[in-house]
Design a protein around this ligand. Structure first.
Ligand SMILES: Cc1cc2nc3c(=O)[nH]c(=O)nc-3n(C[C@H](O)[C@H](O)[C@H](O)COP(=O)(O)OP(=O)(O)OC[C@H]3O[C@@H](n4cnc5c(N)ncnc54)[C@H](O)[C@@H]3O)c2cc1C
Length: 325
């Protein structure tokens, strides 16, 4: 197989976004492997699957987006063909500014080439919903993460790839793997999310007011989110409900019904910049997808497969600082 002297049957531990993307990378390369998961998809199952090219309070392009974005979209389109199912739902993003100060910050960046490339050709004529300003971005959308996990898991079972034996182990364990501390310090953050039903426009993803609102069809929307770095459990809370209700009210309006309210833990190492490498026992590790797993998982899976199978060590910024070489 690869120059790393890799035995016949590597084992992927964890079938969230990271493990599933790596498994597909192995499948595409014709590499035999096994994949196992003791749960049902960690934070991937909870995630909104949103990809938003320009993010955060500072309205900045996501880290290395020009490399990872085309890979991610091509990968989800490839899987859609495999399954004859829709997984990636492109939608324009309406980024609203909640204050004049925020709008000034956004406006000041609109002419930067790295921002301008994501601006829609026809920006909205006037601000939406009483916000001081808004801008429309292209390139956004959401991945149906649960469908992605489910269809992939069924396929892995059909192909006889499901099982928990094999070496080396490739740990794609999400937050559970980081919380043990085996990869050093982490910044994992619990997040809560609502699915609501409402009579709101379904043409745009709305981002601003400290959150987001994603139309998922059938008058349903996913709304989020919260960040809690202290209480790393998967329990939905009253405080979370209140926080997200306020976001939904600002971005959509006051009239909606809550369908589900769930929580998950984002695996965070260095903001949303994932890392790969090997731990002290020699296991491979792929983790740290943060809040942006949908954007980074396919590209990072390809980088890791290149390292494991072809011995191509990635650039230092992709590698755990004390990884075995
Ligand atoms: C509320 C919320 C909203 C989010 N929204 C978005 C969003 O809109 N867009 C986006 O890109 N990202 C979003 N994220 C982040 C996204 O969920 C993560 O980036 C991504 O899903 C992490 O994938 P992962 O495979 O690393 O981890 P996980 O999805 O947690 O998967 C890890 C898997 O490993 C399994 N596992 C762990 N240990 C073991 C073991 N020892 N043996 C066997 N199995 C094991 C677990 O059961 C789990 O299935 C959100 C997260 C939260 C919490």
């Amino acid at each position: 197989m690869g120059v790393m002297g890799i035995p016949e049957n590597p084992l992927i531990v964890g079938q969230g976004l990271a493990g599933t993307c790596l498994a597909w990378e192995f499948l595409r390369r014709g590499v035999p492997f096994r994949i196992a998961d003791h749960g049902e998809g960690g934070s991937t199952r909870v995630a909104a699957g949103l990809i938003n090219p320009i993010t955060g309070k500072n309205f900045e392009p996501s880290w290395r987006i020009t490399e990872f974005y085309p890979q991610a979209i091509a990968f989800y389109r490839f899987l859609e063909k495999e399954f004859s199912e829709n997984l990636w739902h492109p939608l324009p993003v309406l980024r609203v500014a909640s204050s004049q100060k925020e709008w000034a910050k956004i406006s000041a960046k609109l002419d930067l080439p790295e921002v301008k490339r994501w601006l829609s050709a026809d920006p909205p004529a006037k601000p939406a919903g009483g916000f001081p300003g808004c801008v429309e971005l292209s390139g956004g959308g959401w991945l149906d993460t649960r469908k992605f996990l489910h269809l992939s898991r069924v396929r892995f079972h059909e192909l006889g790839l499901w099982g928990d034996t094999g070496t080396p182990r490739i740990r794609c364990e999400g937050a559970a793997g980081l919380i043990t501390g085996s990869m050093g310090g982490h910044r994992c953050a619990k997040g809560e999310i609502l699915t609501v039903r409402a009579d709101w426009p379904e043409t745009h993803i709305r981002i601003g007011a400290g959150g987001w609102l994603v139309p998922i069809g059938g008058a349903c929307f996913r709304v989020g989110s919260t960040y809690d770095w202290d209480k790393l459990d998967e329990t939905a809370t009253t405080a979370g409900l209140e926080h997200i209700t306020a976001i939904a009210t600002k971005l959509g309006g006051p009239d909606f019904g809550v369908i589900t309210h769930v929580a998950g833990i984002r695996p965070i190492l260095r903001r949303s910049q994932p890392l790969v490498g090997r731990d002290a026992s020699g296991d491979w590790v792929f983790n740290g997808l943060g809040s942006k797993g949908a954007l980074y998982a396919p590209g990072m899976a390809s980088i890791l497969a290149g390292w494991i199978l072809d011995g191509i060590r990635p650039a230092t910024e992709f590698v755990f600082p004390d990884a075995l070489s």
